[in-house]
Design a protein around this ligand. Structure first.
Ligand SMILES: NC(=O)c1ccc[n+]([C@@H]2O[C@H](COP(=O)([O-])OP(=O)(O)OC[C@H]3O[C@@H](n4cnc5c(N)ncnc54)[C@H](O)[C@@H]3O)[C@@H](O)[C@H]2O)c1
Length: 434
């Protein structure tokens, strides 16, 4: 085993490449590059140029994260020719019909296939349904390379668990699931990941098990949040504060601590659709998972309707109403606006002819226009009928009731606190939260 792939990587006689340098790929590439020789490959040359200058295009890492790394960034496939271990971390989005869009994954498999050699390893990290690696990706690797899976090259799957904006649960301190196509490959892949994951690895029995483990982590979370959202709708009808109920129930040792909210982003709101798609192919129509998705996807419209009702109840003409929506990103303290459900709140308000201004200290107005056709305003005016705090950005959490009053017409109006962060702190405004 002296010339095993792991030993050759350690001795810097072999190179590892990460394909797709986004939220997942760049951190893992940099971690590996502290120990072994790495090529960071991405199809987007502008992103590659930024990384060459120690800039993380996803705004998660600062320049110091690039220090001491043995890494070459490239958008040129020729730089992959002398690589022996490939890690694929490209996006796995859904299309307009909520079906898996495997284009980036199959594109990346094609790239790797073109440079694949006998003895090479390929590990997929992108979130997929069980069976995707073997049924969809490996055939592309074989077709492009002319090589035979298992005899000529090995494949594994190791899902990613990082959480954007979370400085506590990092790549190094969270156990990573790894899998391989045989005992030998599992061992080599596990050892290679152990180089960078201080918390160690969990060796899953098969690739499909590892794929399924990842998809259910997020499906479970999606469903738990959906239950909280449904409870919130019920409690709203019963005039009970949901967060008061959760606080009380949370004193029991086995009550799970989830809270209602908008479920956006490209993981929790997306991954369950990969599983339901695969289930459908297998002849099973998921009911529980799709119900959760339905509830969570409806929350933006629901929140907007509550705001509209409150504005009307204040005796105002809804067509003349002006609402400030605070927060546009898919979650707090990140700049990522992809699949943000705040846009559902905005669109529903606009459908009632409400004038909406949107602000966010983290998001880019240009990206918002590109993605949703609505930009951010630079500075809020002081004549709103209602404020919707849609995202818990740290900048908002420190605001006081007086700050919000200063933004409202005549210092009064409706205050929608989606996540209930100002519970008990608002006394003069018409307050509502999930
Ligand atoms: N973001 C997260 O927190 C997170 C957490 C766990 C798992 N995941 C999963 O990890 C995968 C990657 O997600 P991400 O958030 O890092 O995506 P991302 O959109 O941040 O980055 C993807 C990168 O891949 C590049 N790319 C796209 N197609 C490519 C191709 N064919 N060849 C080379 N590069 C290509 C893009 O230019 C981009 O730089 C997805 O499957 C996602 O579901 C993400």
């Amino acid at each position: 085993m002296n010339n095993s792939i792991y030993n050759r990587l350690l001795a810097k006689e072999a190179k590892l490449a990460v394909i797709g340098l986004g939220y997942v790929g760049l951190p893992i590439a940099l971690e590996f590059a502290r120990k072994i020789k790495v090529v960071g490959f991405d199809i987007n040359p502008e992103r590659v140029d930024l990384m060459k200058n120690n800039i993380d295009p996803s705004n998660e890492l600062d320049a110091s994260a690039f220090d001491g790394c043995d890494i070459t960034f490239s958008a040129d496939i020729n730089d992959l020719k002398d690589v022996q271990f490939f890690v694929v971390a490209v996006p796995t989005p859904i299309d307009d019909a909520n079906l898996p869009n495997l284009k980036p994954l199959l594109g990346a498999s094609g790239t790797v296939g073109k440079v694949l050699k006998k003895g090479d390893y390929v590990v997929f990290e992108s979130t997929v349904y069980p069976g995707c690696t073997e049924e969809d990706c490996i055939p592309v690797l074989e077709a492009e390379s002319g090589l035979k899976f298992k005899d000529d090259f090995k494949v594994g799957y190791s899902p990613e668990r990082i959480n954007p904006g979370d400085k506590e649960h990092t790549l190094q301190n969270v156990v990573k699931v790894v899998s391989g196509c045989c005992d030998e490959s599992l061992d080599q892949i596990a050892k290679t990941y152990e180089l960078v994951v201080g918390a160690g690895v969990h060796r899953a029995t098969t690739i499909k098990v590892a794929e399924a483990a990842k998809i259910i982590e997020n499906t479970q979370r999606d469903l738990n949040i959906a239950l909280m959202n449904e409870l919130s709708i019920i409690f709203n009808k019963l005039n009970i504060n949901t967060f008061d109920v959760l606080e009380a129930a949370g004193t029991k040792w086995n009550f799970l601590k989830f809270s209602p909210g908008l479920v956006g982003g490209h993981c929790i709101g997306v991954d369950p659709y990969y599983l339901t798609h695969k289930a459908q192919q297998a002849g099973y129509h998921s009911k529980v998972i799709t119900s959760g998705r339905y509830v969570n996807d409806s929350m933006g419209g629901y929140i907007a309707k509550q705001a509209v009702k409150k504005i009307i109840a204040q005796g105002k003409h809804i067509q003349d109403a002006k609402v400030l929506v605070m927060g546009a990103t898919f979650k707090e303290d990140v700049s990522d606006i992809r699949n943000s459900k705040v846009i559902d709140v905005v669109n529903e308000l606009v459908s009632f002819s409400v004038h909406v201004d949107l602000v966010d200290p983290h998001a880019s107005s240009e990206e918002m226009v590109h993605e949703y056709g609505i930009g951010l305003i630079e500075k809020p005016t002081a004549d709103y009928d209602a404020i919707v705090v849609a995202v818990n950005h740290r900048e908002y959490k420190s605001m006081k009731e007086s700050d919000f009053k200063a933004l409202l017409k005549d210092g009064t109006g409706v205050f929608i606190d989606v996540k209930g962060i100002f519970k008990g702190q608002i006394s003069d405004l018409e307050y509502w939260s999930l």
